[in-house]
Design a protein around this ligand. Sequence first.
Ligand SMILES: Cc1cc2nc3c(=O)[nH]c(=O)nc-3n(C[C@H](O)[C@H](O)[C@H](O)COP(=O)(O)O)c2cc1C
Length: 458
Amino acid sequence: MKIIVLNGSPKGQMSVTMQSVHFIRKKFPRHELKIFDISQRIKKIEKDETAFQEIAEEVRSSDGILWAFPVYVMLVPSQYKRFIELISEKGAKDAFKNKYAAVLTTSIHYFDHTAHNYMNAVCDDLNMKYAGSFSAEMHDLLKEQERKRLSLFAEDFFEAIENSVPTSKSHVPLIYRDFDYIPGDAENKVAPGSKKIVIVTDSGDSQTNLGRMIRRFSESFSEPAEVICLGEKNIKGGCLGCIHCGYDNECAYHDKFSEFYNTKLKTADILVFAGTIRDRYLSWEWKQFFDRSFFNNHVPSYAGKQMGFIISGPLGQIPGLREVLEAYTELQQANSAGFVTDESGDSAETDALLQGFAERLVRFSGKNYVRPRTFLGVGGMKIFRDEIWGKLRFVFQADHRFYKKHGMYDFPHKNFKTRITNAAMMLLTMIPAFRKEMYGKMMKQKMIEPHQKVLEKE
Ligand SMILES: Cc1cc2nc3c(=O)[nH]c(=O)nc-3n(C[C@H](O)[C@H](O)[C@H](O)COP(=O)(O)O)c2cc1C
């Protein structure tokens, strides 16, 4: 069989993910695995019609497609995202239709599930036959057990194609509302005081719903908010995955992206990101922004700020996108102040939502309110903490210095009181009578005792 491997790593053949593809190739020599370096060659694929059509034709004449890529900022790399958009823009969807598809990623398992869900949805939208996905940790290929697992995944994919195994869709098509938002006047202007408000958008078009929402939102304030269009920032390209930034946050590009980020975004009090849904995410330009922000590595850069999103399109039908944006906000240690969309299909309601959003952002900012993180932020941070403490420390030295300085290596074993309590209690529970008491009445009482002491003092 001929399998087309669409390589999403910007590192091309120097990719960790591709080593797993080469492993599959060695294990199944009877199949041809033809690799196309999509992300590394995206500029050519975008501009040169022949280059794009060559890939489309190979896809058309293939038996199956393997989407193989590294997870980048909870999704696919921005260059790969651009390719996915090009499939629709260049009218090549029919080449993918009814092809068997599988996803193979490498990552550190930080929001790999959102990347997989996204690709599953993309395949469903392309009417492909989605046969499954495999999320390898970036060092998994070094372990025999994991190599066996990878072989089984590949075998299952090939067998699905050979036996025309039926597949089901996990995502129903998105329904777009036909609605032109006509903003009303902002009558009660919100005074931001000394708070600096920055709105970042990927579109300078004021005649779209997004453009009109941005205008209505900024008019909610008595002082103008700064609106920054990513397209005007001359960003040279997507993240190259070179990790040049790991030592001291210096990006390999010299296009002033870091300067823009440090001077405009890190200095704001209120940050609002605005974009339009494109496929199952925002645009590739937004993805490029998130990927390039990786020069900060795994360090929160918006601590204490208010963050929110203005989105045009069916966000309510894409819970994965909402999750990614919430997780991004929590990781930045910012307050997730909410989302406003044009999904209601009602201009007056959208006006009210934007007005309320403006008021909430300023109110929260004035009170320095940051709501507690959920599993998204807490769980995510623990993955980073363990990785930077462990295998990735010498690579991400800037992270290590920051984590040490800010007490982010908060492993439970550092807490002596907990250690002593655990040791004492484990000894005591060896006594049957104590054990009976502890797992009986004592448990509930002891759990609330410290809380009750706090309540008494209040
Ligand atoms: C810009 C950037 C963003 C990344 N984002 C994530 C992420 O969100 N989740 C994750 O688990 N790993 C993330 N990683 C780690 C890569 O997925 C991992 O190193 C992968 O194995 C690289 O594969 P490659 O060599 O094929 O490009 C990121 C790496 C880079 C450079």
